[in-house]
Design a protein around this ligand. Structure first.
Ligand code: PLP
Length: 454
């Protein structure tokens, strides 16, 4: 297309860098999601709301590392917090409990009252992995359930029906469990039950039939960070999971701090049994947190029999009475310092992020309406997506499949060429550093792009 040709003309260094990268890393990337055709832009520098590529192009960043950077790039207060931690503590890593673990824990409990106790991990993936193990240990049941289209990390137990081909996805009211990767153990297709999002009746029916096997439901309260659960769906789900003795896990890796400081659970006024956090709470560094009801978390407390050298004390049956959780870097002090500084700034500035998000969303809607193109900005809080569709409402994965991806992609390349960055087809995440200036610049680019498109 014309837009892609222009993209290639503007980014020759990214092209040759990508060719080199392909010799080192499969596909030239170290996470499949970072790849796109014809090749990804190679960024060199970030500052505030801006990214700069190796060809010298400037972009307003709306990818923000898949939502992780809610203060933008290189925020000076985070730099300061990291420097202070290292100077004051004299180390990057204690290998013992330390003050920041408690300080962050107390902050989390204050903002997320359902998280009575917590454990730290190194990523969102590790957080959901631990939450699921806790649910199995607590309930003694062997399966879990997840919703079609929801992402919780890249491992076998949850990497099912995230983005299934429509032809393989099964009936809308009882989706099939479809593996998303080669090399996955087919065991999990039987052990991870897939549910239809925002369809309470069908979900309740599946859960009722399978309740004896299902330890927990893990869900994104806002699918992909932008398709909200309906309030009545959420209320109904909380009620039925309690009735059926199924734990409810809110995966708030994306929604935590982004939908509000207290995450989706404060917006929906729902108390999940377990919650996972990540992304924003690391201030740009790798982190995860699992929290929830005290009696569920308490199963991870070490006992004298968990001393590794003292294997003689483990139960004769072979099964230990403790839930194993470990990690060299869990509760990393430098990262917790960055996270605490992030929360502090968001406490003052989160409303600004919401108002800039609304301003951008409304501006984009108006521009599409002026051109007579049916489109919706789908999302709540500080994340949204631009879905070009005739549908009145996007409620789940299957609605999304009917959107006009070709037009959206062409639009995204026009925007890239004019210095507006998100990975093509990705959602928009906003940050404290997006101001009036960035929003109006972005709307000007949209206006120009739409003129070229239709
Ligand atoms: N859960 C959700 C809802 C996510 O959006 C993500 C990442 O995009 C994860 C879990 C995995 O987190 P990480 O990439 O930190 O492992």
């Amino acid at each position: 297309s014309h837009a892609v040709a222009e993209y290639m003309r503007r980014t020759p260094k990214s092209k040759s860098f990508s060719e080199k990268a392909k010799e080192i890393m499969p596909g030239g990337v170290t996470a499949n999601i970072k790849s796109f055709d014809p090749y990804p832009i190679i960024m060199e520098k970030g500052k505030g709301a801006y990214l700069y590529d190796i060809d010298g192009n400037e972009y307003i960043d709306y990818l923000l590392s898949y939502g992780a950077l809610m203060l933008g790039h290189g925020h000076p207060k985070i730099v300061q917090a990291i420097q202070n931690q290292i100077e004051e503590d004299g180390t990057f890593l204690f290998g013992t409990p330390h003050r920041l673990e408690i300080e962050m824990g107390e902050k989390i409990r204050q903002l997320y009252p359902s998280m009575e106790m917590i454990r730290y991990t190194n990523s969102g993936t590790e957080a959901t992995l631990l939450a699921i193990r806790m649910a199995h240990a607590y309930t003694g049941k062997r399966k879990i359930a997840k919703f079609e289209g929801h992402y919780h990390g890249g491992y076998d137990q949850v990497l099912l029906s995230v983005n299934p081909p429509v032809s393989a996805a099964g009936p809308a009211d009882e989706p099939r469990s479809v593996a998303e990767s080669k090399g996955m153990d087919p065991y999990y297709e039987d052990h991870t039950v897939v549910l239809p999002f925002n369809n309470l009746e069908a979900t309740a029916d599946i859960l009722t039939r399978k309740k004896d096997d299902i330890a927990a439901i893990i869900m994104e309260p806002i699918q992909g960070g932008f398709i909200p659960a309906e309030q009545s769906f959420m209320d109904g789900l909380r009620k039925i999971t309690q009735e059926l003795d199924i734990l409810l896990i809110f995966d708030e890796v994306k929604t935590g701090f982004r939908l509000g400081l207290g995450g989706a659970q404060s917006v929906y006024n729902i108390k999940p049994d377990l919650t996972t956090l990540g992304k924003v709470i690391g201030g740009g560094f790798p982190v995860g947190i699992v929290g929830g009801k005290k009696d569920i978390l308490q199963a991870s407390a070490p006992t004298s029999s968990s001393d590794v050298f003292d294997s003689s004390q483990s139960k004769k049956s072979g099964a230990k009475d403790v839930l194993f959780h470990s990690g060299t870097y869990n509760g990393h002090p430098t990262i917790l310092a960055a996270g605490l500084a992030t929360i502090k700034i968001l406490e003052d500035d989160i409303d600004h992020v919401f108002s800039m998000t609304d301003q951008l969303k409304m501006g984009i809607q108006k521009l599409f309406a002026n051109r007579g193109i049916a489109m919706q900005t789908v999302g709540l809080g500080s994340i949204f997506n631009v879905v070009i569709t005739e549908k009145d409402q996007i409620r789940h994965y299957r609605d999304l499949q009917q959107a006009d991806f070709a037009l959206r992609k062409e639009l995204d390349f026009h925007l890239l060429n004019d210095g507006i960055y998100t990975k093509p087809m990705n959602r928009y995440s906003m940050a404290t550093v997006h101001g009036e200036k960035e929003v109006s610049r972005t709307l000007e680019s949209y206006e120009k792009a739409l003129l070229k498109l239709v």
